[in-house]
Design a protein around this ligand. Structure first.
Ligand SMILES: [Zn+2]
Length: 215
């Protein structure tokens, strides 16, 4: 079902290092290898960016919430928070260009619920993307995430999806895998399992600093 299909009409996708770092830290915190697998949790966040000459640039990622090992839900408070962030980022010409969530140990795909969520983004912005993380793939030295878009939103929840190609921007002398492993192991080795930091609030502080820098 999955096919690499870089839709030329939609240009390229570029992910800034800071966006990947924030999202992956969130994923790693709740999918910590030191925790038993049954304790891993799905996380959900928003992607912030802009369109430049028909190309999508993901500048940052904003951790929103986490759920159970197989499910994460967006609640009323998150919509309110998202609306507030939206106002701030709009001042810099940024907007929500998609979302990310994790499938810890479950692999890369969009569930029916995920397709529904992606419809919400892609209906208003054909460039919008969904990033799915599965950090378990790191053990096999595989990619830890895959980017998806729906083929045809007019088909609604029956719409098929495809894999979107991307470039990662901001890495210096390290490979993408080295960069990802570094973030991942820093988090999983600095934590005591009984004291999981609130990565959502930490990452939010980082974003707040970043937003101020852009002023
Ligand atoms: Zn999912």
């Amino acid at each position: 079902m999955l096919k690499i299909n870089s839709d030329e009409n939609l240009g390229k996708v570029t992910i800034e290092k800071s966006a990947l770092q924030n999202a992956l830290s969130h994923v790693a915190e709740y999918g910590n290898f030191r925790l038993p697998r049954r304790k891993w949790k799905e996380v959900y966040g928003l992607l912030i960016g802009k369109l430049k000459n028909n190309n999508l640039i993901v500048n940052n990622a904003f951790p929103m919430t986490h759920g159970s090992s197989i499910f994460v839900e967006f609640e009323k408070e998150h919509y309110i928070l998202a609306a507030e962030i939206n106002e701030i980022i709009a001042e810099n010409g940024d907007f929500f260009v998609g979302w990310y969530h994790s499938h810890p140990g479950l692999g890369f795909f969009l569930s029916g619920t995920d397709v529904l969520t992606q419809l919400g983004f892609q209906d208003v912005n054909p460039h919008a993307i969904a990033i799915v993380f599965d950090h378990k793939e790191l053990e096999r030295e595989n990619e830890t995430f895959t980017i998806f878009r729906l083929h045809n939103t007019s088909e609604g929840i029956l719409s098929n999806y495809y894999v979107v190609d991307y470039e990662l921007n901001g890495l210096e002398n390290e490979s993408e895998l080295e960069f990802i492993e570094k973030i991942y192991y820093k988090i999983t080795h600095s934590l005591e399992t009984k004291k999981i930091r609130k990565v959502e609030s930490t990452a939010r502080n980082n974003i707040e600093k970043w937003l101020k820098l852009e002023d």
